[in-house]
Design a protein around this ligand. Structure first.
Ligand SMILES: [Zn+2]
Length: 171
């Protein structure tokens, strides 16, 4: 997968991940249920969720379709729809505690919504960190969480025609 900087976003994403031909739902109506063998997310009644008990009950059954869920595929393919950039002197000084806050918030979100995951946290030099997320929603949530805790400056920029968002937080 290319980084967004190297590709044109307009139109391209709709083709790849649009509702019309979502490549991640290939089993149609053949199975009542699908389970992601990577993260244990369960697909039932047209939505993904986590349920450890249900997972244990169904993973061994023949009617269960074993798949890799859309979020895990996006992580594997490094396909991100949100990007949060954190920087500044305050960030550098409080890097560890801000990272802890980001991870905790991401866990909380993912527990309810398996689609929303962090793909990668990538330092850029000493003062900057880039967080790539599977959805635009998660990048916004993480940016807001940091802003709530530490104030600073928060900014959202949306790509033209697309759901892709770049969130900037600085302090
Ligand atoms: Zn998964």
């Amino acid at each position: 997968m290319q980084k967004y900087k190297e590709r044109k976003w307009s139109g391209e994403k709709g083709k790849k991940f649009g509702k019309v031909d979502d490549p991640y739902l290939p089993w149609g109506g053949r199975h009542e249920m699908a389970i992601c063998t990577n993260c244990k997310a369960i697909y039932q009644n047209k939505r993904w969720f986590f349920d450890e008990e249900l997972y244990r009950k169904h993973i061994g059954q023949e009617t269960t379709n074993r798949v890799i869920c859309p979020a895990c595929k996006k992580i594997q393919e490094h396909y991100f729809e949100g990007e949060l950039t954190l920087d500044g002197g305050f960030f550098t000084q409080h890097r560890e505690e801000i990272l802890t806050l980001l991870n905790r918030e991401a866990e909380r979100v993912a527990a309810k919504s398996p689609a929303d995951r962090i793909i990668e946290m990538r330092p850029e030099g000493e003062e900057r960190l880039i967080v790539e997320t599977t959805t635009d929603k998660l990048a916004q949530r993480l940016g807001r969480a940091v802003y709530r805790a530490y104030k600073g400056e928060l900014d959202f920029r949306w790509s033209h025609m697309d759901k892709f968002v770049r969130v900037y937080w600085s302090r």
